[in-house]
Design a protein around this ligand. Structure first.
Ligand code: ADP
Ligand code: MG
Length: 293
């Protein structure tokens, strides 16, 4: 290989907002045939907003939101940020939790003002043998059918409310998918979120294949499984959750707007967080290779 051509390739890459770890990365771009895309923060903006609060009959909506927000204030998750922000706006300063634990892929649990609080997926509540009353189960169903993420709040061992949060698809994501397909890659949407929400986002951007409700530690196994089927996998992600999968993938592309863990694990960094940089990077690398042959 001629170092000059590589320099040109990477220089142009820098202009496009693509950072390449090393020249050996270029070779892999030729073989990749599958693009696994993380949903939150990669295909979507990752900036979630609280859309609605549904309470079980006798509950005080503001109070449930205040307790949930206080606990979520200690978490960095996009869902947590949406809940904490809305709670602070509506109820003022949030108390600091006396106890807090993040449960990856499920939610948060802890103690606020002496009360046991859980905020997260229904599955988190199920782990504590808590079930949703009919009204909240219906609210969850309706929210998910509308493409929103439904989060349950339990206080002192009882499910009290369902929070609807929504994330917007990045304006550039649909075009990025068209470009990936044009390069011969099959896109797959991968997420810990529920199937209905995942399907709705996928449909919006033109992705046919969805792998949903995947626990953070299992994302890497999804990549391994695809590789075992003989596929060559490009993975695009932004979260701590995505780091192992990015490292396992044949080509790991990290969103520059994402976490340090993801950036360290990736072969390429897409500086601007614009998904179109993924097909751009692959096309540029393939062209650079063609030049130096
Ligand atoms: P993704 O793959 O979409 O980035 P995660 O694996 O981080 O999502 O989380 C999966 C799901 O778990 C989220 O969609 C959300 O429903 C729930 N969840 C995770 N963390 C939290 C939290 N701090 N508060 C509420 N819900 C959460
Ligand atoms: Mg993400």
């Amino acid at each position: 290989a001629t170092p000059t051509a590589l320099l040109v390739g990477t220089g142009r890459g820098a202009q496009l907002g693509i950072l390449i770890k090393g020249p050996e990365v270029l070779e892999t771009t030729r073989s990749v045939d599958t693009a696994v895309l993380d949903k939150t923060g990669t295909v979507t903006t990752g900036t979630m907003t609280l859309q609605a609060v549904h309470v079980a009959e006798t509950e005080d909506e503001a109070e449930v939101l205040r307790l949930a927000g206080a606990l979520e204030h200690a978490s960095e998750h996009p869902v947590a940020r949406a809940v904490a922000r809305a709670a602070a706006e509506r109820t003022g300063e949030l108390p600091a939790p006396e106890d807090f634990a993040n449960v990856p892929g499920l939610g948060v649990q802890g103690v606020v003002e002496g009360r046991a609080v859980l905020v997260g997926r229904e599955k988190l509540l199920a782990e504590w043998s808590l079930t949703l009353p009919d009204t909240l189960a219906k609210a969850t169903e309706a929210a998910e059918a509308a493409g929103r993420t439904a989060i349950t709040v339990a206080v002192d061992g009882r499910a009290r409310a369902v929070l609807e949060v929504a994330d917007a698809v990045k304006e550039t994501s649909a075009e990025a998918i068209v470009r990936l397909k044009a390069l011969g890659l099959t896109p797959i949407l991968l997420t810990g979120d529920n199937e209905t929400v995942a399907r709705s986002v996928a449909a919006e951007v033109g992705i046919e294949e969805v792998i949903a409700e995947v626990m953070p530690e299992d994302k890497v196994d999804v990549v391994k499984r695809l590789q075992a089927e003989g596929r060559s996998v490009a993975m695009v992600g932004d979260g701590v959750n995505d780091a192992a999968a990015l490292a396992q993938a044949d080509l790991g592309l990290a969103m520059g707007t994402g976490t340090d863990a993801a950036i360290e694990a990736g072969d390429l960094t897409l500086v601007r967080g614009d998904l179109r940089a993924a097909p751009d990077a692959i096309r540029l690398a393939r062209r650079t290779l063609a030049t130096i042959k």
